[in-house]
Design a protein around this ligand. Structure first.
Ligand SMILES: Cc1cc2nc3c(=O)[nH]c(=O)nc-3n(C[C@H](O)[C@H](O)[C@H](O)COP(=O)(O)OP(=O)(O)OC[C@H]3O[C@@H](n4cnc5c(N)ncnc54)[C@H](O)[C@@H]3O)c2cc1C
Length: 452
């Protein structure tokens, strides 16, 4: 998406419309040169990986966008010490495939494999992780090389835990990640089970699930009052993990469903008929691809690929995190919120709301689940009309239920609310940012609204 069509994220509006300049470094020297203070580059400079974040954290109206896709080398896979070192523009899907060839996998399953290593470290990247071994992709980073706002190469190793913790989830504000080393592990098979339950029933078990040694993802259909649960655990005999069923599941959920929904929106003019059809198709997809198809998986096969046409269809999504301890009440309140909003405004999301468990994880300063386990809830829709008002209502709902925002994924987020939630951690991060970038060369107006 061109940065001139700035999304209305936060309630901030951009002013100028000169358009940003695109910078595409392919090696470290070029990257350093772009960031040198005497390089005469339009400011601010915003790093961008795959550009899949749903707020303006990865773009700017004027200034420069530094695309990292050309930094795409996997430098080293160490099968003995179980680590991988790769450049920032490497796509997660490619990383997963190369690791699998050596019998290794990422510690955690992450959907949307088109995103980049740098984007997945600099912004919260999560999935149905089993157990409590780190909620985010960035939790497994043990070393990093980055180029600071003044063009200096900074090497950060395992001994500098405080600096590493600030650099994880730093949204490209402390420098541009050039290369990172991550912990990985030998491929391990989990068992997967699926079931359909009512939202009330889900509310009665969510606390137990959130505190158990399992991973889960769910698809909520608020207007059908049901949830499709995808539960993953490590069993003694998990069975065989085949890749094909996961590919069919991914294709059904992430390519077929959004495209069918988009077509129905065009073809069926009556909302009540249209939404009945859409919900029936969503349920059928879930029954076919989840309850019947996959029973065992590994982090190497259970991944979703980018589907270009479909990701254009579902370009609208907004994520908020909620305390797992209160999620029994929040799930029911969310269903009621969706229903009453539909009655009042005629707008509703046409895609299922997706949820993930995020274990408590203090590995980064700006971790959304720093103190407690959370549930991340992503509302998604293919429809443009009514979406901008919906995300404002969703933000109000989230604020009322003590939701934790993600600077990269929570639409209509207000700067002072983010400050209230992240409090002294955001203050500390801001002090560090000002020290590393005193001239605000990497700070865009969108990110400045969080008083960084
Ligand atoms: C359809 C869809 C589904 C999604 N589902 C999920 C999901 O299930 N789970 C989830 O966690 N997320 C999800 N996301 C959100 C998104 O994929 C994540 O935020 C992802 O981590 C962003 O990666 P990216 O490469 O696209 O980064 P970008 O969006 O390009 O950038 C994200 C942030 O990282 C910074 N950044 C990027 N590269 C660098 C670098 N080299 N150095 C420093 N800073 C950098 C950018 O400045 C920006 O602030 C989804 C997005 C879409 C479109």
């Amino acid at each position: 998406m061109p940065a001139t069509t700035l999304q209305k994220t936060g309630r901030y509006r951009g002013l100028g419309h000169t358009g940003p300049i695109d910078l595409r470094p392919t090696d470290l020297n070029k990257l350093k040169r772009y960031l040198e203070p005497n390089a005469n580059i339009a400011l601010p400079i915003r790093p961008q990986g795959a550009g899949t974040a749903s707020t303006d954290c990865n773009r700017c109206v004027s200034g420069s966008i530094l695309h990292t896709a050309g930094l795409d080398r996997i430098t080293k896979i160490d099968s003995y010490n179980h680590t991988v070192t790769a450049q920032a523009g490497v796509r997660l899907g490619r990383l997963v495939d190369e690791l699998a060839k050596q019998g290794l996998e990422l510690i955690g399953a992450y959907d949307l494999q088109g995103r980049t290593l740098g984007g997945a470290i600099a912004a919260p990247c999560f999935g149905p992780v089993i157990g409590n071994q780190g909620a985010y992709f960035s939790s497994h980073v043990i070393a990093m090389k980055l180029v600071t706002a003044s063009g200096q190469l900074l090497n950060v190793g395992p001994q500098q835990q405080n600096l590493l913790s600030a650099l994880r989830l730093s949204f490209g504000l402390l420098g541009v990640i050039y290369e990172a080393t991550l912990r990985v592990r030998p491929i391990r098979t989990f068992s997967a089970s699926h079931r359909r339950i009512s939202i009330d029933k889900f509310a009665s078990v969510v606390d137990t699930l959130a505190n158990g040694d399992i991973g889960f993802k769910f698809y909520m259909l608020p207007h059908r009052d049901c949830i499709y649960l995808d539960l993953r655990r490590y069993d003694a005999e998990p069975g065989n993990a085949f890749g094909v069923p996961w590919k069919i599941k991914d294709w059904g959920e992430n390519a077929v469903l959004p495209n069918v929904v988009k077509s129905l929106n065009r073809l069926v003019p009556f909302p009540s008929v249209r939404y009945r059809l859409i919900d029936t198709i969503s349920e059928t997809t879930q029954k076919l691809v989840n309850t019947r198809l996959v029973t065992a998986g590994t982090n190497a096969v259970a991944q979703s690929r980018p589907h270009r046409k479909a990701s254009k269809s579902v370009s609208r999504f907004s994520t908020w995190c909620f305390p797992a301890a209160n999620f029994a009440m929040i799930a029911i309140a969310y269903r009621d919120f969706c229903e009453s909003l539909y009655e009042q405004s005629g707008f509703r999301c046409d895609m299922p709301t997706v949820g993930y468990r995020l274990c408590q994880d203090a590995s980064s300063l700006l971790s959304p689940s720093f103190d407690d386990p959370m549930i991340a809830l992503t509302a998604a829709s293919t429809q443009e009309s009514g979406w901008d008002d919906f995300v404002i209502d969703l933000a109000d709902f989230a604020e009322n239920w003590a939701g934790t925002p993600l600077l990269s994924q929570s639409r209509a987020l207000q700067g002072d609310y983010a400050h209230q939630v992240y409090g002294s951690r955001l203050d500390f991060f801001g002090r560090m940012r000002r020290r590393l970038d005193p001239e605000n060369r990497l700070l865009s107006p969108f990110l400045a609204q969080f008083a960084l």
